[in-house]
Design a protein around this ligand. Structure first.
Ligand SMILES: NC(=O)c1ccc[n+]([C@@H]2O[C@H](COP(=O)([O-])OP(=O)(O)OC[C@H]3O[C@@H](n4cnc5c(N)ncnc54)[C@H](OP(=O)(O)O)[C@@H]3O)[C@@H](O)[C@H]2O)c1
Length: 433
C-alpha cells in the first residue's frame, strides 16, 4: 500500500470536511485504491481557536514553514482562501516539489494557468475541482468526458447566495432587502454581500470554466456583470406572467463567427428550462455541446462535505493517476476573440416609465423601429401619478442596435428607461445569428 503525507492550510469549513472524510473512509480507500493518507500538519491563523472535536488531535501550527519546509509532506491542500497569502503558499509548495490541491476560485481564476505551468515545471500536480461550484464535478467532466466534444455554450447558476435570494423573493414575495437579510441570518450571505449579489463570485468561476471549455483566459473586465439588487417584486410578477423565470446566470457562449460572449447577469429563461427549477442555494451548470447536446450538472455549490468531497476526489485522482496532472485542463490556450456589441445578440426584457398621455407608446415604438427592433410582447400597467409602467420583450437584437435606442430614450421627454435583462439565448437561436 502507498502512503501519502498531507499538510493542510486552514481548518475551517472545507478543511474540516476533508479531514473527516479522510478519517471516515480510510479503510475503504486502503481496500479500493490501495492508498493511505496521513494529515501530518495543519496550519491556521489562530492556534487557540476551538475546533471540531474530530480534528482536535491534529498537529496544528501557525507557521507555514511547518508544512512548506517539511520534506516528508508530499501533498499540500490549500483551504485558506484569499489571493495574496494563498498564492505565495501554492508557489512555494509547487517549487518544493509538493502536489497542490486548492478550492481557491479567486486565485485560480486570476493565476491558474501560470500556477499550472509552475506545477508542470516541477513535475507535480495542481488540482482545483472544488473552486467551481463546490460539490459539482464540472471541471473533471469538461476535461475528461467532454474532451472529444466541442462546447458551444455554458450557462450556470453558480452563486448559491443570489439564487437563494431570488428563490425566496419569488416563493415568499419578499423584497430584495428582506430576502438578503434572511440569507444573512441563515449563514448563506456574508455581512458584505457584494461579491455574491453583484456577480463577482460567479464571474471568477466563469473564468475558470471558460479556460476549461474554450482554452481562453479572460479577465473580470471581459465579463459583462449585472447584479440582482435592482430586481423588484413587480419584475418577478411580469416575468412569471410572461412564462419566464429569472436567475443570476453566468454565461459563456461561442457564436457561429467564433466570438466568445461572457456575462453574469439576471437572465430570463422559459419556466420549463431545467435551470429554472434550480432553487435556493443549489447550483447547476448546463453545458451545450456539439455532440452531447445539453447536459445539466446539478447539486450543492458549497457546504462542508460536498466541497470537501471534491477536494478528496482531486486527492484520489492525483494518487491513483486517474487524471494525470498536466491533463486536468486539456485545452491549449486559444486566441478566440471576444464578442463586440454587434455580436451580442439577445431578446430583452425592458422596463420603462412613461408619461400617461396619448401617443406615448407610439413614440416609444418608433424609437425601436429606427433600429429595426421589433417587439415580441408589450404590457402596459394602469397609470399611477400620471405615469405608467411599460414592459417590452424584444425580438433578438444586438447591443449595437439597441445602444442608440437607449441613448435616444434617455434624451426623450416623457419616457424613462428603468432596466433591462436579457433572455437566455439557446444554441439553436444562436446558430441563426
Ligand atoms: N465553504 C464552502 O462551501 C466553499 C465552497 C467552495 C469553495 N470554497 C473555498 O474553499 C476555501 C476555504 O473556504 P472555507 O469556507 O473552508 O473557509 P473558512 O471556513 O473561512 O476557513 C478558512 C481557514 O483558513 C485559515 N486561515 C485564514 N487565513 C490564514 C492564514 N493567513 N494562514 C493560515 N491559515 C489561515 C483560518 O484559520 P482560523 O481557523 O485560525 O481562523 C480557517 O481555518 C476558500 O478558498 C473558499 O473560497 C469554500
Amino acid at each position: 500500500m502507498k502512503s501519502y503525507r498531507i499538510g493542510i492550510f486552514g481548518l475551517g469549513t472545507v478543511a474540516t470536511g476533508v479531514v473527516k472524510i479522510l478519517r471516515e473512509q480510510a479503510k475503504t480507500y486502503a481496500k479500493r485504491f490501495n492508498v493511505a493518507f496521513e494529515v501530518v500538519q495543519v496550519v491556521v491563523r489562530d492556534t487557540e481557536k476551538l475546533r471540531d472535536p474530530k480534528t482536535q488531535d491534529l498537529p496544528i501550527s501557525d507557521d507555514p514553514k511547518s508544512i512548506l519546509e517539511n520534506p516528508h509532506i508530499d501533498i499540500v491542500i490549500e483551504l485558506i482562501g484569499g489571493v495574496k497569502i494563498a498564492k505565495h503558499i501554492i508557489e512555494q509548495a509547487l517549487k518544493a516539489g509538493k502536489h497542490v490541491i486548492t478550492a481557491n476560485k479567486d486565485l485560480i481564476a486570476a493565476d491558474g494557468r501560470r500556477l499550472a505551468k509552475l506545477a508542470e515545471e516541477n513535475q507535480v500536480g495542481l488540482y482545483y475541482e472544488a473552486a467551481v461550484a463546490g460539490g459539482i464535478p464540472i471541471l473533471r467532466a469538461l476535461s475528461t468526458s467532454l474532451s472529444p466534444d466541442e462546447i458551444q455554450q455554458i450557462n450556470g447558476i453558480m452563486n448559491g447566495t443570489s439564487n437563494f435570494i431570488l428563490t425566496q423573493m419569488r416563493q415568499h414575495k419578499l423584497s430584495y432587502e428582506d430576502a438578503l437579510k434572511l440569507a444573512q441570518d441563515k449563514g448563506f450571505a456574508e455581512a458584505d454581500p457584494t461579491n455574491d449579489v453583484q456577480g463577482i463570485d460567479a464571474a471568477y468561476k466563469l473564468r475558470i470554466l471558460t479556460d476549461f471549455a474554450f482554452g481562453k483566459q479572460v479577465s473580470q473586465n471581459d465579463i459583462q456583470m449585472t447584479g440582482i439588487s435592482t430586481i423588484t417584486q413587480t419584475d418577478l410578477k411580469d416575468v412569471s406572467d410572461l412564462g419566464y423565470e429569472i436567475k443570476l446566470l453566468a454565461t459563456v457562449s461561442k457564436s457561429a463567427a467564433n466570438k466568445l460572449q461572457l456575462s453574469v447577469a439576471p437572465t430570463l429563461m422559459p419556466k420549463d428550462h431545467p435551470l429554472a427549477s434550480v432553487q435556493n442555494e443549489n447550483n447547476a451548470i448546463f453545458v451545450n455541446s456539439r455532440y452531447s447536446g445539453g447536459l445539466m450538472f446539478y447539486g450543492p455549490g458549497a457546504g462542508e462535505y460536498a466541497t470537501a468531497n471534491s477536494v478528496v476526489a482531486d486527492l484520489l485522482a492525483l494518487v491513483t493517476g486517474s487524471a494525470a496532472p498536466a491533463k486536468f485542463n486539456t485545452h491549449p490556450s486559444s486566441s478566440l476573440a471576444l464578442a463586440g456589441p454587434k455580436d451580442r445578440i439577445a431578446s430583452r426584457y425592458m422596463v420603462f416609465k412613461v408619461a400617461d398621455r396619448p401617443g406615448i407608446i407610439h413614440k416609444l415604438s418608433a424609437f425601436f423601429l429606427m433600429s429595426n427592433i421589433n417587439f415580441r410582447n408589450i404590457r402596459q400597467y394602469d397609470p399611477v401619478d400620471d405615469s405608467t409602467r411599460v414592459v417590452i420583450i424584444t425580438y433578438p437584437a444586438s447591443d449595437a442596435q439597441l445602444n442608440p435606442v437607449k441613448t435616444t430614450i434617455r434624451q426623450a421627454r416623457g419616457v424613462s428607461f428603468i432596466h433591462e435583462y436579457k433572455l437566455l439565448v439557446e444554441p439553436k437561436e444562436n446558430s441563426h445569428d
